[in-house]
Design a binder for this molecule. Structure first.
Ligand SMILES: NC(=O)c1ccc[n+]([C@@H]2O[C@H](COP(=O)([O-])OP(=O)(O)OC[C@H]3O[C@@H](n4cnc5c(N)ncnc54)[C@H](O)[C@@H]3O)[C@@H](O)[C@H]2O)c1
Length: 296
């Protein structure tokens, strides 16, 4: 199936990165958000990225930069955003009822051939697709943060998805410069399911005093070749997000080792969310440095 026009629903952290990757790939993109200020912020970030990372570094000409940016339009009307889109990627907050509502609206607003993709990290794509009359044309596209840069997209296959939908989605991801990997619609998909195990064991080691967060991070970077240690990565992902993912995975596997470690629960109770509020395994200081936080 030929895809020319895309809509991205939600212009936050993931939405603006996905929109940026899509305009660079040559797609005409309408970016929709309920909040005008989020759209303005997204446009500013994308324009800034094009200028600083591409034009000023001589990777593309100013004219090419303008041409790329002009493929993007910000809209606050869902029907205008998606009414003639071939492919829609939804990136609104991680809330099942909200995503189902948006998918039901998109189902009505979009032509019959349009593929509806959700960027959900942990919610069941099958349930989101269930809110539509086009279940075979719904799919998951799990981009990673920052979406304009990170190469992986987990293409998540809900029950009843058509092979043509999968093939078109894989082609769209490749055109966006990504490497797509198929994953079944089972909690955690691939990356989060494996990371959950790493996060839980790292927290358990800190709790037992087997090693500090800093020692664990240094060991995994230098010994296992990980670019970030598990505690740094958990801080980056955010403990609220880890809680949601781990609960979904545990609900599926019922393995004791998949249960959210008490350390994350305590940090959340203490208002520590990770990098997003500067408080995680580390305290992130205004000068850009970080220092380990003694939890117990
Ligand atoms: N942030 C990450 O690291 C990350 C990584 C992978 C996947 N995800 C997933 O991507 C999705 C979006 O996450 P995010 O981090 O970009 O969230 P975000 O909070 O940064 O952005 C969400 C955006 O959606 C908008 N929004 C809220 N309600 C809306 C509605 N009804 N219609 C349209 N827009 C609406 C908000 O105004 C906001 O701009 C979530 O499903 C999340 O789980 C996030």
């Amino acid at each position: 199936m030929k895809v020319e026009r895309m809509a991205v629903i939600g212009s936050g952290t993931m939405g603006h990165g996905i929109a940026q990757a899509a305009i660079f790939a040559g797609y005409e993109v309408r970016l929709y958000d309920v909040a005008r200020e989020m759209l303005d912020k997204a446009l500013g970030i994308i324009k800034g990225n094009i200028d600083k990372r591409f034009v000023e570094k001589g990777k593309i000409s100013r004219e090419e930069g303008d041409r790329i940016f002009n493929r993007l339009a910000a809209v606050t009307d869902l029907e205008k955003a998606a009414g003639d889109a071939d492919f829609v990627i939804e990136a609104v907050p991680e809330n099942l009822e909200l995503k189902k509502k948006i998918f039901a609206q998109l189902d009505k607003a979009c032509p019959g051939h349009t593929i509806l993709a959700s960027n959900t990290s942990v919610l069941p794509v099958t349930a989101i697709a269930g809110a539509t009359e086009r279940k075979s044309r719904c799919i998951g596209t799990h981009f990673f943060n920052p979406a304009a840069v990170m190469k992986l997209v987990e293409v998540v296959l809900p029950v009843g998805v058509a092979e043509e939908t999968v093939e078109t989605t894989l082609a769209v991801c490749r055109k966006m410069g990504k490497t797509p990997v198929r994953a079944k619609d089972i909690p955690g998909f691939i990356v989060n399911r494996l990371l959950a195990g790493l996060y839980m064991e790292a927290a358990q080691m800190v709790l037992e005093g087997a090693a500090t967060a800093e020692e664990i991070d240094t060991a995994m970077k230098l010994g296992a070749g990980h670019p970030m240690g598990p505690c740094e990565l958990a801080d980056f992902g955010g403990f609220d997000v880890i809680q949601m993912a781990t609960d979904a995975i545990f609900d599926y596997t019922h393995k004791e080792s998949d249960r959210l470690n008490i350390l994350y629960r305590k940090m959340l109770e203490a208002g520590r969310l990770g990098r997003k509020n500067g408080k995680g395994f580390y305290d992130y200081l205004p000068d850009g440095t970080k220092k380990p936080f003694k939890i117990f």
